[in-house]
Write a protein that binds this ligand. Structure first.
Ligand code: SAM
Length: 279
């Protein structure tokens, strides 16, 4: 049987295993979990973070795609009654079922050292599903962490940052250098935390329009907002300009300058311009 010592990291699963207990322990402690928390861990790997989570949480359900690691993990946690190892792809896992069956009476958090090849789809699944997680604490590439925690006007600020902020408050916790992993990745990493909003922080008439509007506004970086909106939403330039003016923004404003609440106002105005009878 495969053991912890004989496992070879698989590139296709984004396997870069943490070495040493210092970083896993810091992730677990900054995730804010306790005995009243059920934790979903994505990609336990060899179980180094799982171990830290299990000593703090009420229960840990760890979902691992690599079937060769399943017996290694089950053996490692055979005596931990509060750890359950699930073989599966997190993108196909029914999280609602795990939450209702495994964590009754517990608040639920997600903690993971994410496989980087699916960072964005995983984060989207976690927030869009509105699962009521108390927190989502994940390790991602440092560059992604900086992008997701950036503010309007900065060069890293983009469509994903502002769209995600509709679902959650995002902050960067700490950096983790490449030397903390085996095999050593080419880039540094960072741990970020998302605290999902119980209710959206801004009022929008139509969420689809908000996200279309954000996407269109960032689709032509360095071009004016009216150009981006007009080509991205297939509306006339004068309608785009009218919505921008109705919000009181300067004519030359760019998507990079707008906050989530600015985008909410803009998308509400665009809806009125598109469907004047709704006003
Ligand atoms: N948590 C371990 C650690 O910190 O050392 C491993 C982290 S490693 C960066 C990512 C882990 O996610 C690997 O164990 C990999 O096999 C697993 N993984 C990759 N894709 C997955 C998926 N779609 N669903 C569940 N686990 C996945």
């Amino acid at each position: 049987m495969m053991t912890e010592k004989t496992v070879h990291a698989k590139k296709q699963f984004g396997q870069n295993f943490l070495i040493g207990d210092a970083i896993p322990s810091r992730i677990a402690s900054e995730s804010g979990i306790d005995e009243h928390t059920g934790v979903i861990e994505i990609g336990p790997g060899l179980g180094i973070l799982t171990n830290q989570l299990a000593s703090r949480a009420g229960k840990v359900v760890a979902v691992e795609i690599d079937r060769e690691l399943i017996p290694v993990l089950r053996e490692r946690f055979a005596l931990n009654e509060n750890v359950q190892i699930v073989e599966g792809d997190i993108m196909k896992t029914d999280l609602r079922q795990i939450i209702s069956e495994e964590f009754p009476g517990l608040r639920v958090a997600v903690v993971a050292n994410l496989p980087y090849y699916i960072t964005s789809p995983v984060i989207w699944k976690l927030v869009e599903g509105r699962y009521g997680f108390s927190s989502i604490t994940v390790m991602v590439q440092k560059e992604v962490a900086e992008r997701l925690s950036s503010k309007p006007g900065s060069s890293e600020y983009g469509a994903m940052t502002v769209s995600l902020s509709y679902y959650a408050e995002i902050r960067k916790l700490f950096n983790v250098s490449a030397g903390n992993f085996r095999p050593r990745p080419k880039v540094d990493s960072a741990v970020i935390q998302l605290i999902p909003h119980a209710t959206p922080p801004v009022f929008v008439r139509d969420e689809g329009m908000l996200f279309d509007c954000i996407r269109a506004s960032f689709s032509m970086r360095r071009k004016s907002l009216s150009n981006g909106l007009s080509s991205g939403l297939q509306i006339s330039k004068s309608d785009a300009a009218a919505a921008i003016a109705a919000c009181g923004f300067e004519e030359k404003v760019r998507g990079e300058d707008l906050s989530l609440s600015d985008f909410a106002r803009l998308s509400n105005e665009l809806l009125v311009i598109r469907n004047p009878s709704d006003e």
